[in-house]
Design a protein around this ligand. Structure first.
Ligand SMILES: [Zn+2]
Length: 441
């Protein structure tokens, strides 16, 4: 990074840019917003879809991984078996004076209320289950109660045998899924880092018991590389080894990203043993054993190595990492630019006629049609060319193609690079080849 550019300093700058440039909006904003829920705007959804597509490809283009898309609503016993009904809760206290709710493990419950300063104002500590409950069918009683899934993993576990037998898979193999999950967090926050409705990209890798250490090494390496392949700077990532393990795990590593608010988990790689399959076998009464034809038809429950990325957290890391402020304080030269990896950039090229003159528009619209057949592109004719470049910088468009009056004579256009701001003169007939070379990934 050169001396005249700086990284993202505060989340406030990013939240403002995300709103102004159409990446992310507060949910239900015209009604005052809904706490910790956000909507993807036109560029946000493109960026997130590109990220999800990269993950899906990295997983399901492998010989040993297949995908599924399970239902959000599941049989309520699934969550008894998984441990979520009894164990998925946070300790909570309320202030009796100001009614603010706190996680009891985040504050000193013997001290004064951090919000209103009252003394001895806390209720007793209660366990608060983080699952959202809703009703299924017309009857509103406990027998019709279902949950919005708090994780996508269980949809994979309950389909283990369906997938294994229909796909004729032998161990080791994985099942990948991208989907929404819901947690009624007591204290959500930090923009899209901790939301109550979020999206996960999870892959459960089924292995022979005893091979979990080598599977862990293999997937740690693959998953670290994936983040680097998305253009995330390696010095912004670190491993965190969980010492206090969840009840289902025998080893757990997280990949953390250095956000402006501190290091935060973006992916977990967890060795889940046979806990989940064993629980589902017991609660469902079904035999979920794998028949190992390679090893004399030995029957056993596979172990599971899980890789789980928060799609929204991954997106937030991509946004934070791409942000640069260049020539700060220089009225003429200052620009903020989103240096997305070209594969992730929501818009790949912008075609810009220098003016609205009809002879330029004719060439430009034809060029736009050609380019946008292959790349998500924009046609932008409004405002000065400088302003248009700045706008494309802020949404992270790698290349702007300008059609000017010389184009009418030399049948060439100017292609401007987002990152270097250098300009090249390219014959219109060579534009597709030029872009094909630039977007090779
Ligand atoms: Zn209070």
């Amino acid at each position: 990074m050169s001396n005249n550019e700086s990284n993202l300093k505060s989340m406030t700058d990013l939240v403002a840019l995300c709103k102004q440039r159409g990446f992310i909006f507060q949910s239900s904003e015209i009604y005052g917003g809904l706490s910790s829920c956000y909507d993807m705007g036109p560029y946000g959804v493109e960026l997130k879809n590109n990220l999800k597509a990269r993950w899906w490809k990295a997983m399901t283009f492998r010989q040993d991984v297949v995908g599924i898309d399970a239902s959000i609503l599941m049989h309520p016993t699934v969550w008894k078996a998984s441990g979520h009904v009894d164990g998925f809760s946070d300790p909570m206290v309320d202030c009796k004076i100001c009614k603010e709710r706190f996680r009891a493990d985040n504050i000193d419950v013997t001290a004064n209320c951090p919000k209103c300063g009252s003394k001895d104002s806390f209720t007793d500590i209660r366990q608060f289950n983080l699952m959202f409950k809703t009703q299924m069918g017309a009857m509103e009683d406990t027998s019709s109660m279902v949950y919005l899934r708090p994780e996508t993993a269980q949809g994979i576990f309950v389909n283990f045998l369906n997938v294994q037998t229909t796909m004729r898979k032998k161990l080791p193999f994985g099942i990948a899924q991208i989907g929404k999950a819901f947690r009624n967090e007591i204290t959500p926050g930090n923009f899209i880092f901790r939301m109550r409705e979020f999206e996960q990209m999870e892959m459960q890798y089924f292995i022979k018991p005893g091979t979990q250490k080598e599977a862990m090494e293999q997937w740690k390496e693959a998953r670290w590389k994936w983040h680097l392949d998305n253009g995330i700077r390696e010095e912004k990532l670190k491993w965190y080894k969980q010492e206090e393990l969840a009840h289902y795990a025998d080893a757990a590593f997280d990949i953390e990203y250095q956000f402006p608010f501190g290091w935060g988990e973006i992916e977990g790689i967890h060795s889940r043993t046979d806990f989940d399959l064993k629980q589902h076998a017991e609660y469902s009464g079904k035999n979920l054993n794998y028949v190992d034809q390679v090893n004399g038809n030995e029957k056993y429950l596979p172990y599971v190595l899980e890789t789980s990325v928060g799609a929204d957290r991954g997106l937030l890391a991509v946004l934070c990492d791409a942000y640069r402020l260049e020539n700060e304080g220089d009225a003429e030269k200052e620009r903020s630019v989103m240096k997305f990896h070209p594969a992730l950039a929501p818009i790949k090229t912008a075609v810009m006629p220098l003016s609205k003159k009809s002879e330029l528009e004719e060439v430009s619209t034809k060029l736009f049609e050609d380019v946008s057949a292959n790349y998500k592109s924009e046609y932008d004719v409004a405002g000065s060319i400088g302003k248009r470049y700045r706008r494309q910088d802020e949404i992270g468009t790698p290349y702007c193609i300008t059609v000017d009056f010389d184009t009418l004579n030399d049948h060439s256009v100017t292609i401007r690079s987002r990152d270097t701001m250098t300009q090249e003169r390219i014959a219109i007939t060579n534009v597709q080849t030029y872009l094909k070379d630039k977007f090779k990934f």
